[in-house]
Design a protein around this ligand. Structure first.
Ligand code: NAD
Length: 319
């Protein structure tokens, strides 16, 4: 069995490798070659949450589970509140094959999903990237989005404005001008990423211009919401996994309000596989509901194991 500790991941995994691994598994999901098992999520009390996301990629021969959760007391211990670990197994024998740190991988695979949606669905001439949110994930989102379009400027809004300068530093690092703006300035953006833990819509229909691509990445639980449901009614809606999108993704609200139904939502894997055209005109609003699936975690973990082996840094133990 291979062990890849959390501290080794940054030296092995790149946003590009995460993009490739996630794109491949989204395609496999849409072909029915890979599927996610039901998610287990438990409240442990005192704000602690723990859960398991798992799945099988038959063709990629990946079976496994990400065990992870949120521990609000960790900040006081000097460790991240979010803690996760990925366990991989041989799909033929069930024998464990790897244990991989899952914290950085979670951010990379989430940003990769948004970047894949931008790559496949945003206008090619997109110049202004809008970001709603400035928490831990936002920097990863910005870096991954910048890989797939020639953005010339980043504009951002956050509920807690004091968090925005840190995101501005990331924009500066990759050479992009950055401006903190009011939400109504998001009409200037050709791509908008929302990445907040908001319980109610921040981005409204009036804040989004025709032709925009929206990647809604923050809503991964019942009760979270980032955008006005009218936006989903106006948009061509895509997702990672339909079952999650309508129950716990951003689409949960538009579906509950009767504005859209399951048949209005397309898994992005169909676009990747060439079975759906994606964007068909420049004025079309496209929206990706990125809910986060276990197979993303397994795909990037399997990729890290390959990279660790190739680098000669894999720790092997008899198990
Ligand atoms: P974080 O705690 O670091 O940041 C939270 C963000 O939400 C900040 O920008 C904060 O200002 C904003 N926020 C908090 N309360 C708000 C409110 N009432 N209205 C508007 N904005 C508010 O969190 P993070 O790690 O950056 O994660 C952001 C979100 O992304 C979380 O909801 C998290 O669960 C989700 N997430 C999704 C995936 C996925 O695959 N889709 C993966 C990882 C995280």
């Amino acid at each position: 069995m291979i062990i890849v500790p959390e501290k080794e991941i940054a030296g092995l995994m790149t946003p590009q490798a995460a993009f490739e691994a996630v794109e491949k598994v989204f395609g496999a999901m849409a072909r029915g070659d890979a599927y996610n098992f039901p998610v287990v999520r438990e409240a442990l009390g005192e704000g602690r949450q723990y859960g398991f996301k798992s799945g099988l990629d038959r063709v990629g021969a990946v079976l496994g589970v990400k065990a992870g959760g949120y521990f609000p007391g960790n900040a006081g211990r000097g460790i991240p509140n979010h803690q996760s670990t990925v366990y991989l197994f041989d799909p033929d024998s069930g024998k464990p094959t790897a244990v991989v740190g899952g914290n950085l991988l979670t951010a990379l695979r989430t940003a990769a999903a948004a970047a894949i949606s931008i790559d496949r669905l945003a206008r090619k001439d997109a110049k202004v990237l809008g970001i709603v949110g400035a928490g831990h994930q936002s920097a990863f989102q910005l870096r991954a989005a910048a890989m797939v379009r020639g953005f010339e400027k980043v504009i951002a809004w956050n509920y807690h404005p004091e968090m925005l300068p840190k995101l501005g530093e990331v924009a500066a690092e990759i050479g992009l001008p950055f401006e903190a703006v009011a939400l109504d300035r998001m009409v200037e953006a050709a791509v908008i990423i929302t990445i907040t833990s908001s319980p109610a819509a921040s981005l409204m229909d009036a804040h989004v211009a025709p032709g925009t691509h929206l990647a809604c990445m923050g809503t991964d639980t019942v009760g979270k919401q980032e955008v006005e449901p009218a936006l989903l009614a106006r948009a061509t809606v895509f997702t990672d996994e339909l079952a999650q999108s309508v129950t716990l993704g951003e689409a949960q609200h538009a579906v509950a309000a009767g504005l859209i139904g399951e048949s209005d939502i397309t898994e992005i894997g169909k676009v990747i596989n060439g079975d759906h055209p994606g964007r068909t005109d420049d004025d079309q609003l496209t929206l990706f509901d990125g809910t986060g699936v276990g197979l993303q975690d397994l795909a990037v973990a399997a990729s890290v194991v390959d990279l660790a082996r190739a680098a000669g840094s894999a720790i092997e133990v008899d198990f």
